[in-house]
Unconditional design. Structure first.
Length: 103
């Protein structure tokens, strides 16, 4: 389940980056447009874009921190239980070998 959350967060961050890039492109394309309404809309979009970038940076930092925490926990477990880790790795290798051998 944790891997699913990580993949979902990664996908969300990637999608959010695409939206931000599209919004920036829209701002560039409408830079020469005149009028009060378009000016107000551009200002509003720019404000939302700044807020979205800040939120994106926070989300990325949280994902990186959680990934680092998981890596530290795994490293600690392996150091505290080296024989269990070897046994688990051997078991996983055996299962993968059996699955590959069936083909």
């Amino acid at each position: 389940m944790n891997d699913i959350n990580h993949v979902t967060k990664d996908k969300l961050v990637a999608d959010f980056k695409a939206v931000v890039a599209d919004a920036e492109e829209l701002l560039r394309l409408t830079a020469n447009q005149a009028g009060d309404k378009i000016g107000d809309l551009r200002a509003k979009l720019q404000d939302h874009l700044v807020a979205a970038k800040a939120k994106l940076a926070e989300t990325e930092a949280a994902v990186v921190e959680k990934t680092k925490a998981a890596a530290r926990a795994t490293d600690d477990y392996v150091h505290d239980n080296p024989w269990k880790a070897v046994g688990i790795a051997a078991g996983i290798g055996l299962v993968i070998g059996l699955l590959i051998g069936r083909r």
